[in-house]
Design a protein. Structure first.
Length: 106
């Protein structure tokens, strides 16, 4: 899975080894390795206005909000997956529920 921030400054990748990697899109240098998921990540969604914020969701039932500047987890939510929807439907639902209107509300 691959995502770019809204300014195309960073590329974010999710790998089979349960890590999320944040890359500088100009130099190709690795900036951060984010760890917190216990199963495959199927949603990577940068915040639409704040390039510091990333949302990820995995098959482990964890939804995590990350600080990309510091490379740390801001908040984690767990939900037992009872019924699996396709990732586009689930991503839209989770973004509505979890992302604040501004970063001051976190």
């Amino acid at each position: 899975m691959v995502a770019w921030d809204r300014h195309d400054n960073t590329v974010i990748t999710a790998a089979n080894n349960l890590t999320i990697k944040v890359w500088n899109s100009t130099t190709g240098n690795l900036i951060h390795i984010l760890m917190g998921h216990e199963d495959e990540v199927f949603v990577l969604e940068p915040h639409p206005f704040d390039p510091r914020i990333l949302f990820s969701a995995g098959h482990d039932g964890n939804a995590i909000i990350w600080d990309l500047d510091r490379g740390v987890k801001i908040r984690s939510y767990f939900n037992m997956v009872c019924n699996s929807a396709d990732s586009e439907t689930l991503r839209d639902l989770l973004l509505i529920v979890l992302l604040p209107v501004s970063s001051h509300q976190m």
